[in-house]
Ligand binder design. Structure first.
Ligand code: C5P
Length: 330
C-alpha cells in the first residue's frame, strides 16, 4: 500500500564538478552545437541531490528545493517573481526535473517525487554544476525506482539532457568528443591540486560559443583534437607538464566578454601556478599548483588582488556520481 503519510523513501547522490584541462572547439555544426574535443577531470567539489518519493503521481508538478554555500543563492528559495533563486531555476526547466521526467517516461514509472539540491558547485561557472545535478538526479531516481538501468543506459539518457551531463556519471579523467558527450576514460596517474577562482556573475554558455564564432569568423578551423602531449603528461603524472599544456579555445571569448578574467589569470602566473585557464565557458578560472602549500600562496595572492568572488582548493581526479544515502520507511 502506498500513501502520502506512510511513504518515506529517498536516495541522495553526490556528483562532482569538472574542469576542462584542454578544450578544443571546432566549427559550428548544422544542429547549432560545436564539434569539440576535450579532457575532463572530475574534482573534489560536488553537489548532493536527494530524490524523495512523495506518494503522489509523476504527473503532478515536481517540487525543487535548494540550499547552498553561496550567499547570493541563500534566503527564501521561492524568492523572485520568475521562480528562480539566483541563477538556479526551481521549476520544470531545472535539469534535475528534466532528468527524472525523462527516466520516468522511458521506464514507465508513475511515482511522484520531490527533489532537494545541496549546492556547492558555482552556478553558471563553467564547471558543469547544473549538469552534475542532472546526472545525480538521474542516478538517484534510478535507484529510488529500482529501474535497473545500466550505466550505459543512464549515460545515453544523460547525453539527451545535455553535452556535459554524461561526464559526472563517469568521473575520473576522460576525453570527450562529439559535442562533449562521447566519453573515453583517460589514463591519469597521481592526484592534482587545483585552486579555483569563482566569480559572482555567471557567463551563459551559448553566448561564449557565439562570441568564439564571432572572434574566429572567416578562419578555417581544424578538426578539434586533444594534444598527445597532455595525454602523455597525465599518463606519467607529471604536473609541471600538465600545467604547461592546459588550453581552452573558449578562453579568448570568455575574456572578451569578461575582461577582468585576464587579471585573474595574471595573478595566477605571478604566483607561479603550474598553469591556469578559464574552465569551460567560464567565468571560473582554475590554477594547477604544486601542492597544498603552494595552493595557500596562490589563494593568498588571488584574495589580496580581490579578483575572485570565492577561492577554493580542490583535488582531482575523483570518482563519478554515487549514492551516498538511502532511506526507506513505509
Ligand atoms: O548541451 P548543453 O545544453 O549543455 O549546451 C548548452 C549550449 O552550449 C548549447 O545550446 C550551445 O549553444 C552550446 N554548445 C555548443 N557546442 C557544444 C556544447 C554546447 O555550441 N559542443
Amino acid at each position: 500500500m502506498t500513501s502520502r503519510a506512510l511513504t518515506s523513501r529517498a536516495v541522495t547522490v553526490r556528483a562532482p564538478a569538472k574542469i576542462n584541462l584542454e578544450l578544443r572547439v571546432g566549427a559550428p555544426r548544422a544542429d547549432g552545437f560545436h564539434e569539440l574535443a576535450t579532457v575532463f577531470q572530475a574534482i573534489s567539489l560536488a553537489d548532493d541531490v536527494t530524490v524523495r518519493a512523495t506518494g503522489g503521481s509523476i504527473d503532478e508538478p515536481i517540487q525543487v528545493t535548494l540550499d547552498s554555500d553561496f550567499a547570493h543563492l541563500d534566503g527564501d528559495p521561492s524568492a523572485g517573481d520568475d521562480g528562480r533563486t539566483g541563477a538556479v531555476p526551481l521549476d520544470e526547466t531545472n535539469l534535475v526535473v528534466r532528468a527524472v521526467r525523462l527516466l520516468a517516461e522511458r521506464t514507465g514509472v508513475g511515482e511522484g517525487v520531490a527533489i532537494h539540491i545541496r549546492k556547492r558547485i558555482p552556478v553558471a561557472g563553467g564547471m558543469a554544476g547544473g549538469s552534475a545535478d542532472g546526472a545525480a538526479a538521474l542516478l538517484a531516481a534510478d535507484q529510488l525506482w529500482h529501474s535497473g538501468s545500466s550505466r550505459d543506459q543512464l549515460r545515453a539518457l544523460a547525453a539527451e539532457l545535455g553535452s556535459d551531463v554524461p561526464f559526472p556519471l563517469l568521473g575520473g579523467t576522460a576525453v570527450g568528443t562529439g559535442r562533449g558527450e562521447q566519453l573515453t576514460p583517460a589514463l591519469c596517474r597521481g592526484s592534482y591540486t587545483w585552486v579555483i577562482a569563482t566569480s559572482g556573475r555567471g557567463l551563459a554558455t551559448p553566448s561564449v560559443f557565439a562570441e568564439t564564432d564571432r572572434l574566429r569568423a572567416g578562419r578555417v578551423l581544424p578538426v578539434p583534437r586533444v594534444g598527445p602531449e597532455l595525454m602523455a603528461a597525465l599518463r606519467s603524472g607529471n604536473a609541471v607538464a600538465v600545467g604547461a599544456r592546459l588550453a581552452n579555445d573558449l578562453q579568448p571569448a570568455a575574456c572578451s566578454l569578461r575582461p577582468d578574467l585576464e587579471r585573474t589569470l595574471e595573478v595566477g602566473r605571478e604566483s607561479e601556478a603550474l598553469g591556469g585557464l578559464v574552465s569551460g565557458s567560464g567565468p571560473t578560472v582554475a590554477f594547477l599548483v604544486r601542492d597544498a602549500e603552494h595552493a595557500l600562496d596562490v589563494r593568498a595572492a588571488l584574495e589580496a588582488a580581490e579578483v575572485a568572488d570565492q577561492v577554493i582548493t580542490v583535488t582531482g581526479p575523483v570518482h563519478g556520481a554515487r549514492v551516498i544515502e538511502e532511506f526507506a520507511r513505509g
